[in-house]
Design a protein around this ligand. Structure first.
Ligand code: GLN
Length: 213
């Protein structure tokens, strides 16, 4: 008597539990974020065009120079699509210049500087000083297991004030340096530069929860 072995069809679909997270790749430390997201268990890819934005589950807005990122986002036709996706609930994480890009209001914008918005806060650019006043400090971040994390501050902004829907996750020297509002996360500092992926892991967990809901 012959027996038949039934081989189940191989699934070629990507693991539904692995979210695809874009990194806005107009200017700034894109490569470091791609590596940190991959290390935190996400699939990651650069986003430069509206079609690429449409394909990702979530987005990181990197550190760099917010005035340049703002200008290029307008030039590349990305500003309105970015605002629309954030309004529609796409998870976003901004570091430093990215935090500025996610602020509803900048205290001291360059003329013509626009933001994506999404977090009800007012930010002050270069609040911790210029490039030569960059520093590192241990920062306790709510929601990051085993906190503190090493905070790298480079011409860093701080959050001057927040609206009622915004949760303050961290402060440094009496100033707010990490916040969350719903699916939007922002830090004044750069976890992508430290090799410690716990803040990215927090974001990936936020994205997984959003994708599953
Ligand atoms: N000061 C910069 C800005 O205004 C941010 C610096 C950074 O991202 N490291 O965009």
């Amino acid at each position: 008597m012959t027996t038949t072995t039934v081989i189940p069809p191989q699934s070629t679909a990507p693991d539904a539990r692995t979210p695809l997270i874009g990194v806005l790749a107009l200017q700034g430390d894109v490569r470091e974020h791609l590596a940190a997201l991959a290390a935190a268990g996400a699939a990651a890819r650069p986003v430069r065009r509206p079609e690429e934005l449409a394909e990702v589950d979530a987005l990181v807005v990197p550190g760099g120079e917010s005035t340049t990122i703002s200008k290029l986002a307008v030039l590349f036709g990305l500003m309105e699509p970015l605002r629309a996706r954030v309004r529609a609930g796409m998870p976003v994480y901004g570091t430093c210049a990215g935090l500025i890009m996610l602020a509803d209001r900048i205290l001291d914008p360059r003329s013509g500087q626009e933001t994506i918005g999404g977090i009800d806060m007012v930010v002050r650019r270069n609040a911790f000083g210029r490039q030569n006043e960059s520093f590192e400090a241990a920062v306790e971040v709510t929601g990051v297991s085993g906190s503190p994390v090493e905070g790298v501050f480079i011409r860093a902004p701080w959050v001057e004030s927040v609206g009622p829907g915004v949760e303050v996750l961290a402060t440094h020297a009496g100033h707010v340096v990490a916040v969350r509002q719903g699916r939007a996360l922002a830090t004044s500092f750069h976890p992508e530069l430290t090799g410690d992926h716990r803040v990215h892991a927090l974001f990936v967990a936020m994205v997984r929860a959003a994708v599953a809901s």
